[in-house]
Design a protein around this ligand. Structure first.
Ligand code: NAG
Ligand code: NAG
Ligand code: NAG
Ligand code: NAG
Ligand code: NAG
Ligand code: NAG
Length: 375
């Protein structure tokens, strides 16, 4: 007995040590999860200030959704991007929209104090001329993009609730409406969904110096759920309504497409759908290449969506070239040998879609960021 006692003693001490350790871990865990909850509550209160998505300075004209549209297009647009909005109006003119039962509105926020090139009177004039402006009462800022995005979904789902689909794009996205229309007509989807370019397996960036740094308080998980790129996606008014209602109970998060098409759709169990292969060009350079071939070599460009790389007029040029191909019936299909990934090799290696970076369209200063083509 006397011999075994020290051993017994040792084991007791070890057990005690392990016990204390687990209690410390438990206490730490409880503390951590509670402070998380507290944080979440603070953020909930922040977002519950629903005035930000409901208080409007300018609304589109009453005509916008009077006749039950097939698609309502909501275009997030920095208030100072007058030329970009003009490019959208030229690329997809009112007559074309009307002939397809499509309505388009631009989502703007309040002019930030440092913005020198635009004033509210000009925005009012633009609204009177085109009737397609929805302006929120929050200030333009990339950290306020979530408000803008939710405002658009909220407006479209209440004022255009009869529409079949909502198409959300950014003002620096190049896209073709006829192909979008064709895709939607061919869909056999039932119920609510979000369809776009799916981003799988992305992670928050935890490096302080990184532009896209996300703190643990902002996002307390290691991975992002699958979500859609905010450049271009399609949903239904009902899904949009559910998402905007759910947002009130969710912590505010400034990466808008991630919050809306990822976290909220996950919470609501709304399915995400991947757009068909070849529908989407990830890089501005690929789109330029595809367009150049269409103009110079009469090779049809099969893509529907891409980034404008900071070229305001690209959406006009792309749609003009497509229309010429269609009207002259003079463009040939791209052959396997001339596959874009072979012809436009220089840009193949880059990948912005796999590293979890958010897409920030502009800084608060009104300086346009081309994050879409950033490496
Ligand atoms: C949000 O605010 C509204 C009106 O102020 C209130 O009725 C509602 O209960 C609030 N929701 C939450 C989750 O706090
Ligand atoms: C949009 O809907 C809201 C709420 O129903 C209404 O107050 C507003 O007048 C509508 N706006 C337009 C332009 O129809
Ligand atoms: C647009 O709507 C009108 C009336 O609601 C309908 O007659 C027409 O077929 C629709 N056009 C398209 C292209 O959906
Ligand atoms: C929007 O961004 C500005 C500038 O960062 C900030 O002051 C403001 O509180 C944000 N929110 C709203 C609703 O304006
Ligand atoms: C993401 O995952 C879904 C299935 O969950 C798949 O259908 C889709 O093609 C994936 N997207 C990409 C870009 O890998
Ligand atoms: C079609 O393309 C050919 C050669 O690429 C050209 O000679 C011809 O004029 C074009 N036709 C039209 C209608 O543009």
């Amino acid at each position: 007995m006397a011999f075994r006692l020290p051993c017994h003693d040792k084991m007791q001490r070890r057990l005690l040590g392990m016990g204390i350790l687990s209690i410390i871990i438990l206490i730490y865990w409880i503390y951590w999860s509670q402070s998380l909850e507290l944080n979440n509550m603070l953020f909930v209160l922040k977002l519950n200030n629903t005035q930000f998505i409901r208080d409007l300075i300018i609304q589109p004209s009453n005509a916008a959704c009077r006749s039950k549209p097939y698609i309502i297009i909501i275009v997030t647009s920095y208030v100072g991007h007058v030329e970009l909005r003009s490019a959208h109006r030229r690329a997809i003119p009112k007559e074309l929209l009307d002939s397809m039962n499509v309505t388009r509105i631009f989502l703007l926020a309040k002019i930030p104090p440092h913005e020198k090139y635009i004033n509210q009177n000009a925005i009012e004039d633009e609204s009177r001329a085109f009737g397609d402006i929805l302006q929120g009462s929050f200030i333009e800022d990339y950290r306020n993009l979530t408000f803008k995005h939710l405002m658009g979904l909220q407006w479209a789902s209440t004022n255009c609730s009869e529409a079949f689909y909502i198409l959300k794009v950014d003002d620096d996205t190049v896209f073709n409406l006829e192909r979008t229309y064709k895709l939607l007509k061919s869909l056999r989807l039932k119920g609510d969904f979000f369809m776009g370019y799916m981003l799988n397996n992305t992670k928050p960036i935890r490096k302080h110096l990184n532009k896209w740094y996300v703190t643990w308080e902002e996002y307390p998980r290691n991975d992002y759920p699958p979500y859609l790129s905010g450049w271009y996606y399609i949903t239904t008014p009902n899904a949009a309504r559910r998402v905007t209602n759910e947002a009130i109970y969710h912590p505010y998060f400034w990466i808008d497409d991630l919050l809306i098409t990822g976290l909220l759709t996950e919470a609501l169990n709304i399915k995400l759908v991947q757009v068909p292969k070849g529908f989407w060009l990830e890089y501005y350079e690929l789109l330029e290449c595809c367009l150049r071939d269409m103009i110079k070599e009469k090779i049809m460009c099969d893509a529907t969506v891409g980034p404008n790389g900071g070229r305001n007029n690209l959406i006009v040029e792309f749609n003009d070239a497509l229309n010429l191909c269609w009207s002259t019936k003079n463009c040939s299909a791209r052959t396997k040998e001339k596959d874009l990934s072979k012809v436009c090799v220089a840009y193949r290696a880059r990948s912005i879609f796999s590293d979890g970076k958010p897409e920030i369209k502009y800084l608060g200063t009104g300086v346009k960021m081309t994050a879409k083509s950033l490496n």
